[in-house]
Design a protein around this ligand. Structure first.
Ligand code: 26Q
Length: 821
């Protein structure tokens, strides 16, 4: 009936209340008095979903009839974070929902807190994919995100006795109201076996892949709504299942146990996210995962194309496919295979279409993080792909030989196959050769991509290389996570259009001197710090002082990110307080968050060190009025949202040239934290944007680093040349932080003194001096607040909407398709 329709889609408080109670009853089978917090969350989620679905169907219909050019974002990771609050913001009903909740006597915050986040990513790269999904919808670009529906996302981190302990993530345990299973959207994925040549009806020679194993990928769809628009895009994640037709051959001959076992084997493929942010040698399952989601996604795209547009010839006009790093780079070979072997196209036409379809984003220069796969493993798992890659390589290298006569060294460097030692496939080279555009993720990074990693490719195809500096979504990282600040900005600007057009926060600039705004700004920050303080006390037992400077470093734990440099500064502060050298110290709370890859020993030891320092500092009454240290467990999207609003100082201290972009740097600055940072990744551009005088810069440049490496870096000289540095490292080895154990941290300190691959010691002195400038600046609260306002006012460029508009215009050639509300 009409009444029913209204209840399920209406935006009024009355409609929301009615739908909530209906969903509580008809979906959860509960009524108000006996509902658990989880029942209430589910009812709220379904009430929100009801309102997404109408927009979703409308979008799908419009895209289909218009044959809209569509962007496919291929990513092994989507670190989405909780959906509920974000969807309410994008629907424009968060405040109405809060009021509706109040009238039903519900604890709105508790309902939001009940949601388990889909942590289907490790860190920056996965979160970038999620920000891009939000911006694609908001910018009204028709898009599909393709990835894996991991049953277990990134592990939950617990801290036990100061050490990281991994607990398995069970995000699906209580059901997922945001996804819709599509059991009929299912594709076979082939593995193993061998290839054969045969002749088709026309007598043409063709290749056939006879696999030894086939599984199915089944689609699970999550709607992604844009902010203030009717556009809903699709996030389609694949779950692996046994293929009836294949595995039940075993069942037919009576091997019931074997058939059921095959089911388990198949489901392993989408079982768990690899928790490393760099490749580990020989991880066969990882290669299986990559092929799995790439193959399903490309088959799906071809099916969609044949259902709507028709002949495959204009596939590349209908779709652009962005490769999020090399994790989906197999797509280059897989699309070739599908076009030639399944759809009868010639090599030349297939190759032309493939090269026109793909674009590739590089996220790292670190050699150890570049993906390669052993030819032997490849041959065993994907024999047809290996043939295709060999053929791509043969043709490509002939081109190089013709362009650069007699330059066999160049041929060796550019080959898709590394021939030194065990032969390996260079996935980055496959991605570059198979794509029409390649981009880095910040200006400096894109320059280094051209001048170092892909130097030879840039000489060959200079027009292929682009920069698109990363961005983050202001919906989640300002409006959802920091509603007080959002309200203040809206009030000060006189509109909330900044939420869709972040450049408009620049209007704050002219009020930066206003003592009225400054007072409110301070109050907003203090309130966020109080919230965080209360929560940290609850989860860690550590009591912070909201009046202290909140100095925060939150990101994956990695040597190149140099959390241990931060730790050395904390030790310096501790020693100076103990020695009574500081007359009037500026109180600080040092806050850390971040996960270490489970097998990354030094990263885990850094976590232990931070917790060990925390234990000493926080229990020393001589200093703990001036400093506290806390390691916040389980840094993820949800806990991150508590952190960004409360930070005064953002630590972005990677060795120059190592952090491709960073995106946490943007989240902090957008929430009014000032940055202490090196000239690395997007820090450079942030500093340019907010003004050099509003950014604490220290350390070597990427050029300095290269020079120092060439002349020979000797950390030992720094250790012996700076008595404070020596005293800080020696204090670690004294056993003070380890109940007398002088050996515990030796792997870390020995590495620093003897190798120090990320030049912590070379940047130590500059960092300490810069931190002193930070403390002095913090004393002048009026000036600090002014800098904080200017940081926010000038961050418009770092919205992921801007990044998506650049991709759409310069790389994909896709125009918006607005869906009316
Ligand atoms: C690869 C093969 C096998 C197993 C794991 C992996 C793997 C998984 C994740 C390799 C790398 C990652 C993640 C990389 C990442 O997050 N990079 C970050 O990307 C951000 C978004 O562009 C940048 O801001 C960061 O600077 C960059 O470190």
């Amino acid at each position: 009936s009409v009444e029913r329709e209204h209840t399920r889609t209406g935006m009024s408080k009355a409609a929301l209340k009615q739908d909530f109670l209906d969903n509580l009853f008809y979906i959860q089978g509960r009524f108000r008095e006996v509902a658990t917090p989880h029942d209430l969350y589910m009812a709220a989620a379904f009430t929100t979903r009801d309102r997404l679905l109408k927009r979703w169907v409308k979008s799908a219909q419009a895209f289909k009839t218009l044959h809209a050019r569509t962007l496919c974002y291929l990513s092994a990771e989507f670190l989405l974070g909780p959906h509920l609050a974000n969807n309410l913001v994008n629907l424009g009903i968060i405040e109405t929902s809060q009021e509706a909740g109040q009238e039903l006597d519900l604890d709105f915050e508790a309902i939001l807190e009940e949601e388990e986040e889909p942590g289907l990513g490790n860190g920056g790269l996965g979160r970038l994919a999620a920000c891009f999904m939000d911006s694609l919808s908001t910018c009204q670009i028709p898009a599909i995100g393709y990835g894996i529906r991991y049953e277990f996302g990134i592990f939950d981190q617990a801290i036990e006795d100061g050490w990281q302990v991994e607990k398995s993530d069970t995000w699906l345990r209580n059901g997922n109201p945001w996804e819709i299973p599509r059991p009929k959207i299912r594709f076979p994925v082939l593995y193993g076996g061998h290839t054969e040549q045969y002749r088709d009806q026309n007598g043409e020679p063709r290749m056939r892949w006879v696999p030894s194993w086939v599984i199915d990928g089944v689609a699970y769809d999550t709607p992604i709504l844009g902010y203030g628009v009717g556009n809903v895009n699709l996030l389609r994640l694949w779950k692996a299942e046994a293929s009836e037709s294949f595995d039940f051959q075993a069942f037919n001959v009576g091997d019931y146990y074997g058939a059921v076992h095959a089911k388990i084997e198949a489901e392993t493929i989408s079982k768990v996210l690899y928790p490393n942010d760099e490749p580990e040698a020989g991880k066969e399952l990882r290669l299986k995962q990559q092929h799995f989601f790439v193959s399903c996604s490309l088959q799906d795209m071809i099916r969609l194309h044949l259902n709507t547009v028709g002949p495959l010839d204009d596939f590349a006009d209908k779709f652009a496919a962005q490769l999020n790093d090399t994790h989906p780079a197999l797509a280059v070979a897989e699309l070739m295979r599908l076009l030639m072997d399944d759809h009868g196209m010639t090599w030349d036409r297939s190759w032309e279409m493939t090269q026109r379809t793909f674009c590739y984003t590089n996220h790292t220069l670190l050699p150890e993080a570049l993906e390669t796969w052993s030819v032997t493993l490849f041959e065993r798992l994907l024999p047809r792909h290996l043939e295709i890659i060999y053929e791509i390589n043969r043709r490509f290298l002939d081109e190089i030989r013709m362009r650069f006569l007699g330059d066999e060294d160049r041929v060796r460097r550019m080959s898709l196959i590394a021939e030194d030692g065990e032969r390996r496939i260079r996935m980055a080279h496959l991605a570059v050769v198979g794509s029409k555009a390649v981009n880095g993720v910040a200006k400096l990074h894109s320059e280094l991509v051209k001048s170092t990693l892909f130097k030879d490719f840039n000489a060959l195809w200079p027009e292929k290389f682009h920069n698109v500096t990363n961005g983050v979504t202001p919906r989640r990282f300002m409006v959802v996570s920091n509603p007080r600040l959002a309200r203040l900005i809206t009030e000060c600007c006189g509109h909330d259009d900044w939420i869709r057009d972040l450049d408009r926060v620049r209007a704050l600039e002219s009020h930066a001197e206003s003592s009225d705004l400054q007072a409110q700004w301070k109050a907003v920050k203090l309130a966020a710090k109080r919230d965080l303080t209360e929560w940290l006390k609850h989860v860690t037992g550590v009591q912070l002082d909201p009046a202290a400077m909140f100095d925060v470093q939150a990101k994956r734990i990695h040597e190149y990110k140099r959390q241990h440099l931060n730790a050395l500064h904390i030790i310096r502060c501790y020693q100076e307080l103990k020695q009574g050298l500081l007359k009037d110290p500026v109180p600080r709370a040092f806050i850390f968050g971040g996960k270490a890859a489970p097998a990354y020993f030094l990263a885990k030891l850094i976590i232990k060190l931070i917790n060990a320092i925390a234990e000493v500092v926080n229990n020393d009454p001589e200093v703990n009025g001036f400093m506290r240290v806390v390691f916040m467990p389980d840094f993820n999207v949800k806990t991150g949202q508590r952190l960004y609003p409360a930070a005064d100082l953002s630590e972005q201290i990677s060795l120059a040239g190592k952090e491709a972009s960073g995106t946490g740097n943007m989240k902090f600055s957008m929430n009014g934290a000032l940055t202490i940072g090196t000239l690395d990744g997007a820090n450079l551009e942030i500093r340019e944007a907010v003004g050099k005088e509003n950014f604490f810069l220290f350390g070597m440049t990427a050029e300095d680093v290269l020079e120092k490496q060439i002349e020979g870096y000797r950390p030992w000289d720094y250790y012996h040349g700076d008595h404070e540095l020596k005293a800080d490292i020696d204090l670690i080895n004294s056993g003070l932080f380890s109940h007398g154990d002088t050996k515990l941290f030796r792997p870390l300190t020995d590495d620093l003194i003897n190798h120090d691959p990320f030049m912590v010691l070379a940047d130590y002195r500059a960092y300490i001096e810069c931190q002193q400038r930070v403390s002095e600046a913090y004393r002048d609260q009026q000036h600090w607040v002014r800098m904080s306002i200017l940081n926010v006012a000038r961050m418009g460029y770092f919205s992921s909407d801007r990044a998506i508009r650049e991709y759409a215009k310069n790389i994909w050639g896709i125009a918006p398709t607005p869906i009316d509300l």
